[in-house]
Design a protein around this ligand. Structure first.
Ligand code: THU
Length: 165
């Protein structure tokens, strides 16, 4: 039997250990929770994307009475970005969540669907997106989306062999 191991490094940083840019991005993700439409879960999520040119784009979760129709904060931000800033390179994403008037002590991590959506961008732009997961007890930082979702399915998997094209 062959075996291999996949490791993910997570740095847990306090406020002082982050750069000014990272702190600002987290603040924007926290602010974005205010625009969450979450009458069903009462779980307000905010996501902030930083583009290479410094622009910040935010999104929040948008729920629906038909539950599966709702969209997470991450994809709300990501798809807005794709539609309005096509081709822009995303360098970072920060995510924060609050419920019952308090930001979560432990960070929340993007759901599998959002990881796949983020991975599409990371793969397409051929550059990693740094992930900052905010929690009151510390921000968990991971160097790429791929680190959160190894053994990925991406466009390369669909490639048709050259001689059959
Ligand atoms: N949610 C997000 O927006 N992002 C996540 O990373 C996890 C979950 C939303 C979906 C739903 O509106 C609410 O949080 C509860 O699951």
């Amino acid at each position: 039997m062959k075996q291999y191991e996949i490791r993910t490094h997570v740095n847990v940083l306090n406020w002082e250990e982050m750069s000014e840019m990272e702190r600002e991005l987290i603040q924007r993700a926290k602010q974005a929770t205010e625009s969450s439409y979450s009458p069903y879960s009462h779980f307000q999520v905010g996501a902030a994307l930083r583009l290479q040119n410094g622009e910040i784009i935010v999104g929040s979760n948008q729920e629906n009475a038909a539950y599966p129709v709702g969209c997470c904060a991450e994809r709300t931000a990501l798809f807005w970005c794709g539609a309005n800033r096509p081709g822009a390179r995303i360098t970072h994403i920060a995510i924060a969540a609050q419920t019952q008037g308090h930001f979560t002590e432990d960070p929340i991590a993007p759901c599998g669907m959002c990881r796949q959506a983020l991975l599409e961008v990371e793969h397409h732009q051929r550059g990693s997106i740094k992930v900052l997961l905010y929690g009151e007890d510390g921000t968990h930082c991971v160097d790429s989306v791929k680190a959160l979702m190894p053994l990925t399915f991406n466009a390369d998997c669909l490639e048709i062999e050259k001689d059959t094209e």
